[in-house]
Design a protein. Structure first.
Length: 448
């Protein structure tokens, strides 16, 4: 703020005051040529949402040494054009920053440009641009109006090459003398996820992180439709899928790996594809299997998902998109990458191939409608231990034979030991342990 002894006069470098405007009655003028620090001007302009030509110039940085020259020139114009009378001046200044000094090695310029530029030509170019070059040691004094962007030798080299002619620089690649570096574990796993999803038929999409509503609001947005940072990838993917539908595209399958803001940044992977919940579940099963991470699913409810067709994993959610969001049957999912990758083994553990034959059995259990099928599989593994090599749901039946409010879940079981061939009696005992635990925990009844 600029003020006199009694009141505010102007916002420094941004806007003058109403009481200090010129009018037809103005007879005395106090002309000020000042210099303002750019960062403070920018912050004040943003905080007050006041953008002016003055703020736009000052926040980019102005040469502090030209304030005196500007005052003299403006005074000369006023005297010459308006017949004003010069009354006096006052100069108040602190210690101005001295112009930076760097160096110039002609051979360095030639090496960067890939061509020979005579030393005389290099010095001539810099002299035209206001640089002072010491012939003895190659020191270069930067002009004050370039003090912010020319601070290193490479900056001086750039000025020489730019003026000499960029079109003269040959189109050659730099010589590669050595190779080093590799992907981090996170980068490697992220690429694996991209490859798996692309292999599953999904195409990668890129959507904007600026949305209408989100957990993090933008103080001074450019547009009302981009006034917040997104908290989910779903909205952008739905918008892209809808655009593809309107364009007449078929078999739409999209995924995106990007950041969301809650308000802390989270890296997530999301997807949308035609085919409803089974399609999304199939993609997630493929992804979890590729990462060698066990996939545990439980029922959930989300306002944006179809009722009864929504599931949650430890890393996120999957389900069928609510019809109100987009017409048709769409499978969607969104997972937090940090949580997902936390379960990945750095070095996969090798298990020898079991040569002893397996015993395969199927059982059908009647349980209450609200019992998740995934919970039955987990309990079966808990009951039988390591000798239950596989357990999966292959059928779910609802009807008069099981009664209202209940369902029949059929499990395919594979028993196998790495040490010996299991007998039918041993398999029957393991099956009995499974049935007993499911009956105790979920009230499951074995169907005939």
């Amino acid at each position: 703020m600029i003020a006199d002894g009694e009141r505010a006069v102007a916002l420094a470098g941004i806007m003058g005051g109403e009481e200090t405007e010129l009018s037809d009655d103005t007879s005395d003028i106090l002309l000020e040529a000042a210099n303002f620090e750019p960062v403070g001007i920018m912050r004040t302009s943003e905080r007050l949402a006041l953008r002016t030509e003055g703020s736009n110039r000052w926040e980019k940085g102005v040469d502090p040494y030209i304030a005196g020259q500007a005052a003299i020139y403006a005074t000369e114009l006023l005297v010459a054009l308006t017949e004003a009378r010069y009354a006096g001046e006052l100069d108040v200044q602190g210690d101005l920053q001295k112009p930076p000094v760097t160096r110039l090695r002609p051979e360095r310029t030639d090496a960067v440009a890939g061509l020979e530029i005579p030393l005389v030509e290099q010095r001539r170019i810099l002299g035209r641009l206001g640089f002072e070059v010491e012939e003895r040691d190659g020191g270069v004094r930067v002009p004050t109006w370039r003090a912010r962007d020319v601070t290193r030798e490479i900056d001086v080299v750039e000025e020489v090459i730019r003026v000499h002619g960029l079109e003269k620089v040959p189109f050659t690649l730099p010589l590669r003398r050595e190779m080093f570096g590799r992907l981090t574990e996170e980068q490697r796993l992220r690429r694996l996820i991209e490859d798996v999803l692309a292999g599953a038929g999904l195409s990668e999409a890129y959507t904007t992180s600026l949305v209408v509503e989100g957990p993090v609001r933008i103080v001074n947005p450019m547009y009302a439709a981009q006034s917040a940072l997104r908290g989910t990838l779903l909205d952008g993917l739905v918008e892209v899928a809808e655009r593809n539908v309107h364009a007449g595209n078929e078999r739409i399958r999209l995924f995106e790996i990007a950041r969301v803001y809650l308000p802390e940044e989270k890296l997530r992977v999301g997807g949308i594809l035609e085919g409803g919940f089974p399609a999304a579940k199939g993609v997630l099963e493929t992804l979890y299997e590729a990462l060698r991470v066990p996939m545990r699913v439980e029922r959930t409810q989300e306002s944006f998902l179809h009722p009864g067709k929504a599931a949650r994993t430890d890393a996120g959610w999957a389900g069928e998109l609510h019809p109100a969001r987009l017409e048709g049957s769409w499978g969607v999912f969104e997972l937090d990458l940090a949580t997902l990758l936390a379960g990945v083994e750095p070095v996969p553990t090798y298990e020898d191939v079991i040569t002893f034959p397996p015993i395969r059995e199927d059982i059908a259990l009647v349980v209450a409608e609200d019992v998740p099928a995934g919970s039955l599989v987990e309990a079966a593994r808990e009951a039988a231990g390591a000798e239950l090599r596989e357990a999966r749901v292959f059928d779910v039946y609802r009807g008069e034979q099981v009664g209202e409010g209940k369902k029949s879940v059929a499990l395919a079981l594979v028993f196998q030991s790495p040490e010996r061939t299991l007998s039918d009696e041993e398999a029957a005992e393991l099956r009995g342990l499974i049935v007993a635990l499911l009956a105790e925990r979920f009230g499951a009844e074995l169907r005939a």
